[in-house]
Design a protein around this ligand. Structure first.
Ligand code: 59J
Length: 577
């Protein structure tokens, strides 16, 4: 066939061959041209441009208090960096750049010289986008910008332990910022760009994936109450020369944490000079022996046993009670026969111990467990401790007594506050929450029978209101219930107790006729002489509770009876007739 065609049209066949040969030659020439002649130039061009993906930072969710007050805000910032090698080309502009950055020109030039060999150095971080653009507009060779977000904490040290903070990469490191990381963080996007060899952006090609912003989070905290608590605790610590302190305020009905403060605290906006002691959210990560503040729960076990009524009496004379080699003491040495309410008012260790011997430690253990002492709160807060409520198959007498008046177990402040909230909520335990409880609420679990909870509320009201009671916890126009505690601290590294280091506590709730707020104040190692919980912590309780009841518009349950008003007849213009 070929031959036949070739024979038929010889000139056409040759023409096709010639054309093919020409085309092949052209291609070969082009290959040689590209691979050999122009090689260096093209290699350079290829290296010089490349498609890269760079991340688009996602906006981190806003954290607010329960009323929408901002507690953690992400603002766009510009970070300027420089390529030390490229900088050398624009030396003449260095002084202008230094002034624009607010730096001393000589020292600045020296720094640039030192970094002349480096391809990356930070010039300044966290400028406003306007400030950043103004410097980019100077067009100094080798100066570049990165867009970032920076977290700002408007309430600073007042909410530091609750809110926590993020690291330089905007990731949650502590507190709510860490606990709710997934909720807050969002997902970074991707942008395709054309960059040169030196990483200089030549062209913004396209956004391949939009950043997905994080979600906002409303905490249960009320910033007004938080400020109030912060101030009163700080003042008390200064007045009594105390080492540290915590305060926890709970909404009795919803389980919401309304305020949680600790001292010492820190400014989360300042990344430098963070002292480990100041970072501690003590209310959740420090455990302690609660001492006499647990006596109401031991008393609950007594009433629940059916063997004890509030008017029953216990002989506490002598001021000491010997249990083997172990001595139980009443610091107040009241003596005599005390009824159950008086045992709480006088805080008699002997009285509650004798009751404990009668009802057995198991029943006290059960109540303490059910109100959450030494139990997981379910909050899942970073670093939160569970504490320890020890159990025994057979309870020795000494352990029985010390459990009843608050030693040998360890709790966190949040647990102790929760236990009082349960008592205040007529014995119904509602799970705690750090976020605003909108709408549907967990009805909770009845852990103390309602009538017994109400009886205990009345007894604790006497602790505050009876003559010789803890009057410093009182609040004008409201009935308050609560219990003080003064506990010797463990001597470090021993099983014994110190002679001169105390923890002063007051826990309680109000208004007694319809309890709404539970409050715990813990003050660590007061040093100016006084150290009783009723003297150190009760006044803080009283002031903070008074402010909270007013700020939350809670109706008073203890108004003085209105005086009869003299009726003065007035004329139509309001004047006296
Ligand atoms: C106390 C304890 C330590 C541990 C004792 C306080 C014991 C005990 C061994 C001596 C001061 C003090 C397990 S006191 O909280 O009884 O709050 O207003 O630390 O008893 O056996 O110099 N509280 N406190 N006890 N330990 N172990 C009283 C009482 C309490 C008061 C005052 C005076 C203690 C009324 C405490 C308060 O109710």
């Amino acid at each position: 066939m070929m031959q036949l065609e070739g024979a038929l049209y010889p000139w056409r066949f040759r023409l096709v061959l010639a054309l093919l040969a020409l085309m092949t030659a052209a291609i070969v020439w082009r290959i040689i041209d590209l691979q050999v002649v122009d090689h260096d130039f093209l290699q350079g061009q290829g290296d010089a441009r490349s498609m890269r993906h760079i991340p688009i930072p996602a906006h981190r969710g806003l954290i607010t208090d329960r009323n929408g007050e901002p507690l953690a805000v992400s603002t766009p910032v510009t970070t300027l960096w420089a390529n030390g090698k490229e900088l050398q080309a624009g030396r003449a502009q260095w002084p202008t750049l230094a002034v624009a950055l607010g730096q001393e020109p000589k020292a600045f030039a020296q720094r640039l010289e030192q970094n002349a060999g480096r391809e990356f150095m930070y010039l300044v971080r966290g400028l406003t986008p306007e400030q950043g653009q103004a410097i980019i507009d100077l067009k100094v060779p080798g100066v570049y910008a990165i867009e970032e977000f920076r977290r700002f904490y408007p309430a600073g040290e007042v909410t530091a332990h609750v809110v926590g903070f993020t690291d330089v990469d905007d990731k949650g490191r502590e507190g709510v910022e860490l606990a709710f990381e997934e909720w807050l963080a969002g997902v970074p996007g991707k942008r395709q760009v054309l960059k040169d060899r030196r990483g200089r952006l030549i062209k913004d090609v396209q956004v391949t994936q939009n950043a997905k912003a994080g979600q906002a989070l409303a905490l249960s905290i009320d910033l007004r109450l938080q400020y109030l608590a912060h101030r009163e605790l700080r003042n008390a610590l200064a007045e009594f020369g105390a080492k540290a302190g915590s305060l926890v305020m709970l909404d009795v009905q919803s389980g919401e944490v309304l305020a949680m403060v600790n001292h010492p605290t820190y400014n989360p906006n300042n990344r430098r000079n963070r002292q480990p002691a100041a970072l501690r959210n003590r209310a959740m990560i420090d455990v302690f022996e609660p001492g006499s503040t647990v006596k109401p729960f031991s008393m609950s076990a007594a009433l629940q046993s059916g063997r004890w009524k509030p008017e029953d009496r216990v002989d506490v004379s002598g001021g000491t009670l010997q249990i083997g080699k172990y001595t139980i003491r009443d610091v107040s040495r009241t003596g005599g026969n005390l009824n159950l309410t008086e045992i709480l008012i006088k805080s008699s260790n002997i009285g509650i111990s004798k009751i404990a011997f009668d009802i057995g430690a198991e029943s006290i253990y059960a109540v303490m467990q059910q109100v959450g002492l030494g139990q997981d709160t379910g909050l899942g807060f970073p670093g939160e401790r569970v504490g320890n409520l020890p159990n025994h198959r057979i309870w020795p007498k000494a352990e029985t007594a010390t459990l009843a008046y608050g030693y040998g177990l360890s709790v966190t402040a949040i647990q102790l506050a929760h236990a009082y909230a349960t008592l205040a909520n007529d014995g119904r335990s509602v799970p705690l929450t750090m976020t605003r409880a909108d709408g549907a609420r967990d009805a909770g679990t009845q852990v103390i029978p309602q009538d017994i909870a109400k009886t205990l509320q009345g007894m604790l009201q006497q602790v505050v209101e009876a003559p010789g009671g803890v009057f410093r916890a009182q609040v004008p126009a409201y009935h308050v219930a609560g219990k003080s505690g003064t506990a010797r601290k463990n001597a470090a590294g021993t099983k014994g107790y110190t002679e001169n280091a105390y923890r002063s506590l007051f826990a309680g709730f109000a208004p007694v006729n319809n309890p709404r707020i539970a409050l715990l104040v813990v003050i660590d190692e007061p040093s100016t002489g006084a150290y009783y919980g009723g003297l150190i912590s009760a006044p803080v309780f009283g002031k903070v509770m008074a402010g909270a009841l007013r700020l939350m518009n809670i109706a008073p349950d203890n108004l003085p009876p209105t005086l009869p008003q003299a009726v003065v007849p007035l004329d139509s213009k309001g004047g006296r007739i």
